[in-house]
Design a protein around this ligand. Structure first.
Ligand SMILES: [Zn+2]
Ligand SMILES: [Zn+2]
Length: 243
């Protein structure tokens, strides 16, 4: 399995190429666009022909995780005339995005709402979803392929943990919006909390993402690494890692 970061800026776009949350996951034959934050569709096209996507997964209806699906819709519907791409999205996403397209996506996508505890297959990759601690219905995502497990927290407060998927994930991709001494809302966790929750869940590796754009990323890495008990990595646009 391979994870490529397409965007990782927390909540709004950072200067200098700071697209918001989006990831490309290749798992066997499956090619999954996971979250579609603003600015990420342009980055996606540097890594894959959008015609070759197997599915899209959208964790929640905040624009920094979903609005760039608009661009894919335009390409599919009016450009390459492709249809029926599965879009697995949390409750509320389809309704929100339909406003952008005047009420209909045509037949570009096959929408399916996903809920807490649900499992789906995309080719030979197995996906599970877990409702996080974040106000619009939000689902974290576990992707399993060839005995490797990737867990993505989506956005969450501290009342949900990656441990909900069971211990020992090979890679946890965790939001870490704030520094611990400046937690501005309970909608998100700090770098320290990301490290603690991943350690408690016995994650093998931790990558932090969704940092608030004005935070010093090296300070976040240091705080998360101390809490996790080993060096964590930092998401950056176009960074790829094997799981
Ligand atoms: Zn967000
Ligand atoms: Zn959010």
């Amino acid at each position: 399995m391979e994870l490529t970061v397409l965007g990782c800026s927390g909540s709004y776009g950072a200067p200098a190429g700071g697209a918001c949350s989006a990831y490309l996951v290749r798992a066997g034959d499956a090619t999954i666009w996971m979250d579609c934050g603003n600015g990420s569709f342009a980055n996606l096209q540097q890594h894959v022909d959008p015609a070759d996507l197997s599915a899209v997964v959208i964790t929640h209806a905040h624009p920094d995780h979903c609005v760039d699906l608009y661009g894919l819709h335009v390409m599919y519907r009016y450009g390459i005339k492709q249809h029926g791409l599965p879009v697995y999205a949390a409750a509320g996403v389809e309704k929100l995005l339909k406003v952008l397209v005047g009420g209909s996506f045509g037949d570009a996508f096959a929408w399916q709402t996903v809920h807490d505890g649900e499992s789906i297959k995309v080719d030979d990759a197995a996906l599970r979803f877990s409702r996080t601690d974040h106000p619009p219905p939000t689902v974290a995502v576990e992707i399993t392929h060839a005995d490797k497990r990737l867990v993505y927290t989506a956005d969450t407060g501290a009342e949900w943990s990656v441990g909900e998927f069971g211990p020992g994930a090979d890679l946890v991709l965790s939001e870490a919006t704030y520094m611990h001494d400046d937690i501005r809302t309970k909608l998100h966790i700090s770098a320290r909390q990301a490290g603690e929750l991943a350690r408690e869940a016995q994650a093998r590796r931790l990558m932090i993402t969704h940092l608030w754009p004005t935070i010093d990323p090296l300070a976040s890495v240091e705080e998360a690494s101390e809490a996790f008990g080993q060096e964590v990595s930092l998401a950056a646009p176009h960074l790829s890692t094997h799981v």
